[in-house]
Design a protein around this ligand. Structure first.
Ligand SMILES: *[C@@H]1O[C@H](CO)[C@@H](O)[C@H](O)[C@H]1NC(C)=O
Ligand SMILES: *[C@@H]1O[C@H](CO)[C@@H](O)[C@H](O)[C@H]1NC(C)=O
Ligand SMILES: *[C@@H]1O[C@H](CO)[C@@H](O)[C@H](O)[C@H]1NC(C)=O
Ligand SMILES: *[C@@H]1O[C@H](CO)[C@@H](O)[C@H](O)[C@H]1NC(C)=O
Ligand SMILES: *[C@@H]1O[C@H](CO)[C@@H](O)[C@H](O)[C@H]1NC(C)=O
Ligand SMILES: *[C@@H]1O[C@H](CO)[C@@H](O)[C@H](O)[C@H]1NC(C)=O
Length: 358
């Protein structure tokens, strides 16, 4: 009798543990993929992260080959997007279209953007993302990080997420050190026109970076930068910038790399290193925080100022619909269009629905 009770007791115990595990898993995963796609807004790290454990890095010949291929015909300049499982996997959030699908669609639907696919290097941080990239026949590079599995373990993702962001900074530093200029793009950025035609070609400009809201003066350090899209030239000054930035990894507990860069800018790093930095006008390099005023000029649209992946996907779909409508109209007239309001992103902040308010 007693042993039966004990058996039942331990069975209940095991069941309880199992249920809690399932709960934790489901509870933490959506918040992981959401955070992954946030540009810089939102509660990033509630947990204290131990950054002193060093990221183990290894690149090898594979990286040189990948960079040489992706920069072909583009003067040692590559376009880099970093993806993991959460970006590429179908049905992650019960939505048939992934952010990565929309990202690639934009290159197809954009004006003069199709050939840029050849210069795009997809950096996959886990096997699922790499397999998806290979399947699509893109330029793919598998970024290995020993001792950290960016695709698997989910319970401690907050910490893993921050680590992954720092991993990105160290990877971009490595690309600069190898002599390549780069455009870094998040995958929630729609490429509607060729950005190289709008970025300054002046080689004295070391970094050109997107902003949430443009203040009118391209040299003003008062801008709130957004690291979701930037063009950086490879030289000693930019390498120092990335080294200094990455050097803060162990002294920035709970801070995202973008916030660390913002702190460095406030502390005057650009002047200190003699960097010439252009802050990009949202007329061309726009986002949901500030729509481009002219669809005839817009180059990129970033789903910034948005809190969840579902909201981003829904509103980016509407943006691409607007764009397709414009391309149809464009054939016979010189019209501008009004962007559909980013309703899903708006309510993602817990604000009342503007449509229903009339
Ligand atoms: C952080 O990691 C280092 C090295 O792995 C370890 O020595 C240290 O005790 C850890 N600190 C905390 C607070 O976990
Ligand atoms: C390519 O880059 C080099 C070095 O930055 C520069 O001197 C040259 O003018 C560039 N060529 C073109 C076609 O942009
Ligand atoms: C690039 O910018 C520098 C500094 O503003 C300027 O002196 C130079 O004339 C520019 N070069 C070109 C080719 O426009
Ligand atoms: C870490 O940051 C604190 C405060 O910002 C500063 O006083 C300290 O010197 C920094 N430590 C290192 C090792 O950079
Ligand atoms: C866009 O909105 C403005 C002001 O709300 C309106 O005057 C204009 O006609 C609209 N344009 C189009 C193409 O719908
Ligand atoms: C906002 O409200 C309208 C009308 O009630 C509804 O059709 C729409 O789906 C809502 N949008 C969001 C993002 O909730």
């Amino acid at each position: 009798m007693d042993s039966l009770r004990q058996t039942l007791g331990s069975f209940a115990m095991v069941a309880l543990l199992f249920v809690s595990f399932i709960f934790l898993y489901h509870w933490s995963f959506p918040s992981f993929s959401t955070q992954l796609l946030l540009s810089h807004n939102g509660p990033l790290c509630q947990q204290q992260s131990n950054m002193s454990s060093n990221i183990n890095e290894a690149y090898g010949d594979g990286l040189d080959k990948a960079l040489a291929k992706a920069s072909m015909g583009n003067n040692k300049t590559v376009i880099i997007a970093i993806v993991n499982k959460a970006y590429v996997e179908q049905d992650v959030m019960g939505d048939a279209v992934t952010m990565f699908d929309l990202f690639l669609s934009s290159f197809w639907l954009g004006e003069g953007t199709r050939s840029l696919i050849d210069n795009l290097l997809i950096v996959a941080v886990d096997q699922t993302a790499y397999d998806r990239c290979q399947f699509l026949r893109l330029n793919c590079y598998r970024l290995e990080t020993y001792g950290v599995d960016f695709g698997g373990e989910k319970i401690y993702m907050s910490q893993e997420f921050i680590k992954m962001m720092w991993r990105r900074t160290s990877f971009l530093l490595e690309v600069l050190k190898r002599g390549y200029n780069l455009i870094f793009t998040d995958t929630d950025v729609m490429w509607l026109r060729n950005p190289f035609e709008r970025l300054s070609k002046n080689e004295t400009e070391d970094l050109q970076i997107s902003t949430d809201v443009y203040l009118g003066d391209p040299w003003s350090e008062k801008h709130l930068i957004n690291t979701g899209f930037f063009f950086v030239r490879s030289n000693k000054k930019t390498i120092s910038l990335f080294e200094t930035w990455y050097g803060k990894k162990d002294n920035s507990t709970g801070k995202k790399e973008q916030d660390v860069l913002i702190d460095l800018i406030e502390a005057g790093i650009f002047g200190h290193l003699g960097l010439k930095v252009r802050f990009l006008d949202t007329l061309y390099f726009s986002g949901f925080c500030q729509d481009s005023k002219d669809v005839r000029a817009v180059t990129i649209i970033h789903a910034n100022c948005c809190r969840s992946i579902t909201a981003k996907v829904a509103d980016l779909k509407a943006t691409l619909r607007d764009w397709k409508q414009f391309r149809r109209l464009e054939a016979n007239s010189n019209v501008n269009i009004n962007w559909t309001s980013h309703e899903w992103c708006w309510v993602s902040w817990g604000r009342p629905n503007r449509t229903s308010l009339g």
